[in-house]
Ligand binder design. Structure first.
Ligand SMILES: Cc1ncc(COP(=O)(O)O)c(C=O)c1O
Length: 378
């Protein structure tokens, strides 16, 4: 399929760029002996799981459905962490997962009996209480009153030593961060949880490592992982989501109309609210091919959408040429936290999913229609 023939809106995942990221992650495993897991919450394009599984150790899940998807579609190492599990989900999770990580002592004590007898390694998520993010409380599991992970004081009120069936500790504190912040966090973990770091089988350093970003401190990450393995004799896991498919996808959209109210406003068939919710939630401004900051190039437009939400605005961008109805625009870095979060608010269609092959050919993987909209309602 040619670029002009793509059904808009659509996500296009770029195989070449994905493989570039995967090769970096594979190198990390090779050079340190760690295990890299795909955090499916960021990217669950399971048509690519067989490919991804050729490079990294497996998948991690946020609950039962992702755990099933990882088991069914990649079939490699499969881990799960959720703030709480229901009993009926646990009965299935023990058949699907290699590691189950609990978020509280109460959850561990409630479910440990259900795990016993299955080939599942139990872990506990801890909270190192070490914030390394500035101004992003919503993405900071170490922010005050965080529900994510057991604090040292909670843990020591119940256990002086970890029970023998807790084989690993997990922490996740980073968001789009570098290895220096991971190092700071790990030092905090060592200080805070020192009595609990002996006799472990594994440590999981969570996600948020922007490993495949240009300029990431890769050698620092490798050095830290080697040190952890040597000092504690543990297997080390990292579970990046973003880094797997960073800059490896696009959202292609068509200009449906241009309206004027103090400025020129494009009505696109893509929506921030429906198709790239992080633009509003984070919030952030997605890179746009051929687009620059407002006012930088001769023609500035506000990019907005077909929904009724007044604030469904992607941002103001400038272009070298005048934009016309029917033009196609391409948002970049749209593989991650996009198709996993989209919705059909206002009955707006879900974008089709395509794969841009290394050959340059775009292959339609899936299209969605009225049925998907209707099936989720009643
Ligand atoms: C427990 C856990 N692991 C891994 C990840 C993946 O993080 P990222 O996509 O930023 O690498 C997340 C993201 O929220 C998470 O909560």
């Amino acid at each position: 399929m040619k670029w002009e023939e793509l059904p808009t809106p659509c996500y296009v995942v770029d195989e070449k760029r994905l493989k570039k990221n995967l090769a970096i992650l594979q190198g990390l495993e090779r050079d340190t002996g760690c295990h890299v897991l795909l955090a499916q919450k960021a990217f669950s394009m399971y048509a690519l799981y067989p490919l991804i599984g050729q490079y990294i150790s497996g998948t991690t899940a946020s609950g039962l459905y992702e755990a099933r998807l990882g088991r069914e579609e990649m079939g490699k190492e499969n881990h799960v962490f959720a703030p709480a599990y229901k009993e009926r989900d646990m009965a299935e999770l023990v058949t699907l997962c290699d590691h189950i990580v609990f978020n509280s002592i109460a959850q561990y004590e409630r479910h440990r009996g259900a795990v016993a007898g299955h080939p599942v390694s139990i872990g506990l998520r801890v909270n190192p209480e070490c914030s390394t993010q500035e101004g992003h409380a919503v993405y900071d599991p170490c922010a005050p009153y965080s529900r994510l992970g057991v604090t040292r004081s909670e843990l020591e009120m119940r256990y002086a030593k970890l029970p023998a069936d807790i084989e690993g500790l997990h922490f996740h504190t980073l968001c789009e961060q570098d290895a220096d912040d991971l190092e700071t966090t790990f030092l905090a973990l060592e200080q805070k949880f020192e009595p609990y770091l002996t006799n472990l089988k594994w440590l999981n350093l969570g996600g948020g490592h922007h490993i495949t970003r240009e300029g990431y401190q890769m050698e620092r990450l490798k050095g830290l992982i080697r040190r952890i393995r040597a000092d504690y004799g543990v297997e080390v896991y990292v579970e990046p989501g973003e880094a797997v498919a960073l800059n490896a996808g696009y959202l292609v959209t068509e200009v449906c109309d241009i309206v004027h109210n103090g400025m020129d406003i494009l009505i696109l068939d893509a929506s921030a609210a429906c198709h790239m919710p992080d633009v509003l939630e984070m919030p952030y401004r997605p890179p746009l091919r051929g687009g620059a900051a407002a006012g930088e190039l001769p023609y500035t437009y506000r990019l907005s959408s077909l929904t009724c939400l007044a604030g469904d605005v992607i941002g103001d961008y400038s272009f070298a040429r005048k934009i016309r109805v029917g033009d196609r625009l391409v948002f970049e870095d749209m593989a991650i936290y996009s198709m996993v979060k989209n919705n059909t608010f206002n009955g707006i269609p879900l974008p089709a999913i395509l794969l841009l092959r290394e050959s340059g050919e775009a292959e339609l993987i899936k299209e969605f229609g009225y049925d998907e909209f209707k099936r989720r309602l009643s």
